[in-house]
Design a protein around this ligand. Structure first.
Ligand code: PMP
Length: 286
C-alpha cells in the first residue's frame, strides 16, 4: 500500500481523506504537477515547482508550501514508497469551505488542500512504446482558453484519450482553427529535414517543462528549432513527429489519422532527442 501526503501528514492511501466540499472536487478549482523519478531522483523539479507557482498565481491561489518543503515532501514520498522509476503527482486546490459557493472562499480561513502521491512505473525510461512509436488521431480542441494554467480540469483530454482508444490509436492531437495545439497530455512536434517544429507558447497550450528542456538541448546540439503552429496535413507530410511530457520524455509518433509519418517508424531526430534528454536529465536530477 502506498504512503501518500495530505495537508502535512504522511498516511496509508486508504486513510487519506479530502472533504466533499473541496473546490477541487466540486469545481475543478485546483492545479497539479507531475514530476518523473529516475534512479530514485526527481527530474527537473525546479521547472515543475516554478510552473506550479505560476499556475497558483494566475488563479489567485496562495502558495501553501515553500520550495524547500515541497522538495522534502517529494523526496520523502520517493523514499517511503521506494520509487526507483515512476512519478510524483501533486495537487493543490483552493480548499474546502463550509458550503458550495461560486465565490472564492477567504484564503485566511479556508486553507488550500495539498495532496501528493507516487506512481511506481518500473521501465518508464526503457519503454517499448518509445521503440515502436505511437499512433495519434486528430480531434477538435474543445478545452477552455487558459490551457497555460495546469488545472485539474481534465475532462476533455480524458475524452480525447477515449476517442483515440475507440479509433485504435494511442492518443489524440487537438486542433484549433486548423492548427495543432498539443496532445491530450503532451506537447506536439514535427521534424522537417533537420528542423524541429513545435507550436509557439501562448494561452492555447501548456508550457511543457519537458518542452523547454528538449528545445534547450536541441539548440545546444545545433539543431534548428522553429516555434510556430502547423496543420495535420503538414504533420502527415513531415519526416518525423513526436511528443514530449514529463512521463513519456520524448516519444515518437509514427501515424496521424491513419497516415504514416515518414517511413512509419520512429525517426532518428526523436531518438537522438530522447537519448540526450534522458542523459542530461538524469545528470541534473535531484
Ligand atoms: N500539454 C498538456 C495538455 C499536458 O497535460 C502535459 C502534461 N502534463 C504537457 C503538455 C507536457 O507538459 P510537461 O512536459 O510539463 O509534462
Amino acid at each position: 500500500m502506498r504512503t501518500v501526503y495530505v495537508n502535512g501528514d504522511y498516511l496509508p492511501e486508504n486513510e487519506a481523506k479530502v472533504s466533499i466540499f473541496d473546490r477541487g472536487f466540486l469545481m475543478a478549482d485546483g492545479v497539479y504537477e507531475v514530476t518523473s523519478v529516475l534512479d530514485g531522483k526527481l527530474i527537473d523539479f525546479a521547472g515543475h515547482a516554478k510552473r506550479l507557482e505560476r499556475s497558483l498565481r494566475e488563479l489567485d491561489m496562495p502558495h501553501p508550501v515553500v520550495l524547500p518543503d515541497l522538495l522534502d515532501i517529494h523526496r520523502e514520498l520517493v523514499r517511503l514508497n521506494e520509487i526507483n522509476e515512476g512519478m510524483i503527482y501533486l495537487q493543490i486546490t483552493r480548499g474546502a469551505p463550509d458550503d458550495r459557493d461560486f465565490v472564492f472562499p477567504d484564503p485566511e480561513t479556508t486553507k488550500p488542500t495539498v495532496v501528493l502521491f507516487t506512481q511506481n512505473k518500473p521501465g518508464l525510461a526503457d519503454s517499448p512504446a518509445a521503440r515502436k512509436g505511437i499512433k495519434v488521431i486528430s480531434i477538435e480542441d474543445q478545452r477552455w482558453a487558459r490551457r497555460d494554467i495546469k488545472t485539474v480540469q481534465l475532462l476533455f483530454p480524458s475524452m480525447g484519450k477515449m476517442m483515440a482508444k475507440a479509433a485504435g490509436a494511442d492518443d489524440a492531437w487537438m486542433v484549433e482553427d486548423g492548427h495543432v495545439t498539443e496532445g491530450t497530455s503532451n506537447n506536439a512536434y514535427i521534424v522537417k529535414g533537420s528542423t524541429i517544429i513545435t507550436r509557439h507558447l501562448g494561452n492555447e497550450i501548456l508550457h511543457g517543462i519537458t518542452r523547454a528542456a528538449v528545445l534547450r538541448f536541441a539548440r545546444e546540439a545545433q539543431m534548428q528549432v522553429e516555434e510556430r503552429s502547423f496543420t495535420i496535413a503538414e504533420a502527415q507530410a513531415a519526416d518525423e513527429a513526436f511528443i514530449t511530457s514529463a512521463s513519456t520524455f520524448v516519444m515518437p509518433v509514427v501515424e496521424i489519422d491513419g497516415a504514416p509519418v515518414g517511413k512509419g517508424t520512429p525517426g532518428s531526430v526523436a531518438a537522438r532527442l530522447r537519448e540526450i534528454y534522458l542523459d542530461e536529465s538524469r545528470k541534473a536530477a535531484v
